[in-house]
Design a protein around this ligand. Structure first.
Ligand code: SF4
Length: 195
């Protein structure tokens, strides 16, 4: 019988589907918000990082890069707390920019940016083909969708590069979802002990 863990491997197709569907209609990018909320729902429910331990589609994708021989050692700086904090700060700053720019677009003070940008500023040199022209998104939602897709693409590319260079899940060392889950978990456990 196929174990739950081996079934989880198929979750990697969610990662592939996510990035492919962005080329069909950018509105699908909004599903990336699930990857930012479900991990925390599970932390509260299970009192452990169930998402990271079994369900994360991205980690399942990184596992494709398992090597048979020796793997290069993860550089020390990626294991340091300050690197995790730095990546978390970048993530929060990115979310802040996304929220602020979306509000500006909604208020009519800025045109939507309908291009994918890597690391916030580096625009990819082509417009994403959109195989579905409907539904036409309101400007603010269009902008928000592209920004979420950009953020997901950036972390995916960095994670894939790290997986190619080092161990498959090297990205998990600095992943902001993991860092925040650790902190939420610590607080949840602490609160339940004090209760
Ligand atoms: S650390 Fe991030 S990439 Fe790794 S399993 Fe958890 S959520 Fe997924």
């Amino acid at each position: 019988m196929t174990s739950g863990r081996s079934l989880n491997r198929y979750l990697l197709f969610i990662t592939l589907a996510y990035f492919t569907l962005g080329f069909v209609h950018i509105g699908f990018a909004l599903s990336g918000l699930l990857c930012m909320t479900i991990p925390f729902v599970l932390v509260f429910r299970d009192r452990k990082k169930s998402w990271c331990q079994g369900y994360c589609p991205r980690a399942q994708f990184f596992d494709l890069f398992r090597k048979t021989g020796d793997t290069a050692k993860t550089p020390g700086f990626l294991l340091e707390r300050k690197t995790r904090d730095l990546v978390l700060s970048y993530f929060c700053m990115n979310l802040f920019f996304i929220a602020a720019s979306t509000m500006m677009v909604a208020a009519g003070n800025m045109a939507p940016i309908d291009r994918v940008r890597i690391l916030i500023i580096f625009e990819i040199p082509f417009a994403m083909p959109q195989l579905l022209s409907q539904p036409v998104l309101p400007p603010a939602l269009l902008h928000f969708s592209y920004r979420i897709y950009s953020m997901m693409t950036t972390s995916f590319l960095v994670g894939t590069l790290l997986a190619l260079l080092y161990r498959p899940r090297t990205w998990c060392r600095v992943c902001p979802v993991s860092t925040m889950s650790d902190r939420v978990l610590k607080n949840v456990i602490q609160t339940s002990r004090e209760a």
